[in-house]
Write a protein that binds this ligand. Structure first.
Ligand code: NDP
Length: 246
C-alpha cells in the first residue's frame, strides 16, 4: 500500500509538472537544464536498473509453472531489456538528455523495478488464470507490439541525411492512423494489460497510472507541435493520445 501511495503521489506531481513544463529531453531539449548526456547513453543508464533488479528477482522464482505473475515477470524483463539495451542502440541523431532528467528517470526505474519485482514474487501462486488475467495478457501483448512498431516507425523517418534532425509526420502505420502519440498509447495499453495480468495488484495499477500520467501529456505536446509546424497535419484527422477523443 505504501508503494502504491508513493507511486501515485509521484504520478500526480509528475502530471501537474509535465503538463506545464514540457519534459526537456528529445525534441524539447533546451538550454538552462544543466549538463547534457548523449541520448543513447542516457537511455541505457536511466533504464538499466529495472531489468537488472527484475532479472535478479526473476532468478529467485520458480518459473516452471507459468502462472500469470510469472508470465508478467518475464514480460517485464523482456520489455526492459529491449528498452535499456536494444532500443537505445538504434536511436538516430537523438537529442541529448539533461543529467537531471536522466537522474530522475534512473531513480524512478530503480524504485519501480524493485516495487514490481517484489510484488511479482509475492503474487507467486496467488493469481490464477481467469478472464481478467487472460484478457490482460492479450492487452499487454497488443500494447507492446504497437509500442515497438511505433518506435521503429519513428526511427525509420530519420533514415536519410536530409531528415537527420527534422520531425516529419509519421505515416499511417499502426496506431499512428488515429493518434500522434502511437508509441505512448502502445506503452499505456501495455502496462494497463500488465496490471490486469497481475490481477489488479496495486503496485501494477500504480505503474500503469504513472505511465499514462507521465507520457499522456507528452503526446498532447507532440500533437500540438505537429499541428503548429507541419502544414496540413490537421487534415490527417488524428487526435493526440485517445483515438477520436483527446
Ligand atoms: P518520442 O516520440 O519523443 O521520440 C522517440 C524517438 O523518435 C526519438 O529518437 C526522437 O528523436 C524520434 N522522433 C520522434 N518523433 C519523430 C518524428 N516526427 N520524426 C523523426 N523522428 C522522430 O518518444 P520518447 O523519447 O519520449 O519515448 C521513447 C519510448 O520510451 C516510447 O516508447 C515511450 O513510450 C517510452 N517511455 C516510457 C515512459 C514510461 O513512463 N513508461 C517514459 C518515457 C518514455 P529526438 O530524440 O531527436 O526527438
Amino acid at each position: 500500500m505504501a508503494g502504491f501511495m508513493l507511486v501515485c503521489g509521484v504520478a500526480a506531481c509528475t502530471t501537474m509538472t509535465v503538463f506545464q513544463v514540457k519534459t526537456p529531453y528529445g525534441r524539447y531539449t533546451r538550454p538552462g537544464w544543466g549538463p547534457l548526456v548523449p541520448a543513447r547513453l542516457a537511455w541505457i543508464l536511466q533504464e538499466a536498473p529495472t531489468p537488472v533488479i527484475a532479472i535478479a528477482l526473476l532468478a529467485q522464482r520458480n518459473v516452471s509453472k507459468l502462472d500469470p505473475p510469472s508470465v508478467a515477470h518475464i514480460l517485464l524483463v523482456v520489455h526492459y531489456i529491449h528498452r535499456a539495451f536494444i532500443y537505445p542502440l538504434g536511436i538516430r541523431n537523438g537529442k541529448p538528455t539533461p543529467v537531471v532528467v536522466m537522474a530522475l528517470a534512473f531513480t524512478f526505474c530503480s524504485y519501480n523495478g524493485f516495487l514490481q519485482g517484489t510484488m511479482l514474487k509475492e503474487l507467486e501462486g496467488r493469481v490464477a488464470w481467469s478472464l481478467l488475467t487472460i484478457a490482460g495478457l492479450g492487452v499487454m501483448l497488443f500494447g507492446a507490439y504497437h509500442n515497438v512498431l511505433a518506435d521503429y516507425t519513428l526511427r525509420s523517418l530519420r533514415r536519410t541525411s536530409s531528415s537527420a534532425q527534422r520531425y516529419v509526420a509519421p505515416p499511417n502505420v499502426g496506431l499512428f492512423t488515429w493518434v500522434s502519440g502511437a508509441n505512448f498509447l502502445g506503452e499505456i495499453v501495455e502496462w494497463s494489460g500488465y496490471a490486469m495480468l497481475c490481477g489488479g495488484a496495486l503496485p501494477a495499477v500504480a505503474f500503469a497510472a504513472f505511465t499514462a500520467l507521465n507520457i499522456g501529456p507528452r503526446a498532447v505536446h507532440h500533437h500540438a507541435d505537429y499541428c503548429k509546424k507541419i502544414d496540413g497535419y490537421d487534415a490527417l484527422g488524428r487526435t493526440a493520445i485517445i483515438p477520436f477523443l483527446l
